[in-house]
Design a protein around this ligand. Structure first.
Ligand code: ZN
Length: 284
């Protein structure tokens, strides 16, 4: 793949749009270019009356290895046009001011907006779905996984209490969330299904056909009804405390980033992809 290829592709199949992350050589590590391209693609799909259902997927062998913390196209120091005006541009600022500004928009803010997109979204997950990859899958309404998919949030190894979109207790349950966080270990697609994080697990060869079939099945429903049903369920989650819980966790997340810097490392406690991978255990 060349650097000029789009980091996100958009393909429409009748009433179903496939938004695909396209950095397969980096296991679809999410840099800001990808985040903003995803936002553009979702906005396009929302505004297209022909589109009823959005499928989010990753090119290649993996859904997403998480936020880009080490590829040549890592771009955390770059400006992108602000989307929601909830915080100023991080570029030109420093310390916690810069970090909170950036993560408020590109991580928590984007994910929250995507989770409330008024059209059903299905995450089609194969291979790795790690840390920031979880955030992308969790913003979707459904998760359909292949049997080789695995899910992990290892960021406690950086001293950070979970990824920015802190949905862990709501997409699993409090005990499972603690196990995910305390061990950092990956869980299999089958375990994720048992915990309620995943809707269906299918063989890798059937992942695309199953996802497409379910997407078209949903697309036969009226759009307005789907949007209201989605809103009703999301409001129930918010009433259960998800939004407040995420706000509280986001504050702790930023205490952790700042603590790491105060202790003389970078905001990730000096850990890179290799350090995270070297601690990787077997699937459970
Ligand atoms: Zn962070």
């Amino acid at each position: 793949m060349s650097a000029t290829e789009p980091v996100v592709t958009y393909r429409t199949d009748g009433a179903v749009t496939h938004v695909q992350m396209n950095r397969p050589h980096y296991r679809n590590a999410q840099n800001s270019a990808m985040t903003y391209a995803l936002d553009d693609a979702f906005t396009r799909a929302v505004n297209d009356d022909e589109v009823k259902v959005i499928v989010l997927e990753g090119a290649g062998d993996h859904f997403s290895a998480g936020h880009d913390i080490g590829t040549p196209q890592r771009d955390i120091d770059q400006s992108f046009p602000r989307r929601a005006s909830m915080q100023w541009d991080h570029v030109g600022r420093s310390g916690a001011d810069a970090r909170l500004a950036r993560e408020s928009e590109v991580y928590l803010g984007m994910c929250r907006r995507w989770r409330d997109i008024p059209k059903p979204m299905i995450a089609k997950v194969q291979g790795a779905c790690i840390a920031g990859g979880l955030m992308l899958a969790w913003t979707c309404d459904f998760v359909i996984a292949s049997d080789d998919a695995h899910f992990a949030d290892p960021v406690v190894r950086m001293g950070i209490p979970g990824v920015e979109y802190f949905a862990h207790p709501w997409v699993t349950n409090p005990r499972a969330a603690k196990e995910l966080l305390f061990t950092g270990d990956p869980i299999s697609a089958a375990r994720a299904e048992a915990l309620g994080m995943v809707n269906h697990v299918v063989p890798r060869a059937a992942l695309h056909s199953t996802t497409t079939r379910i997407a078209h099945r949903i697309a036969a429903m009226p759009s307005f009804g789907l949007s209201l049903a989605k809103r009703a369920v999301n409001q129930a989650e918010d009433a259960q405390g998800m939004r407040l819980g995420m706000d509280a966790a986001f504050g702790l997340h930023h205490v952790a980033h700042a603590h790491n810097v105060e202790m003389g490392t970078d905001s990730l406690a000096g850990m890179d992809v290799a350090a995270i991978r070297s601690a990787r255990p077997n699937l459970s």
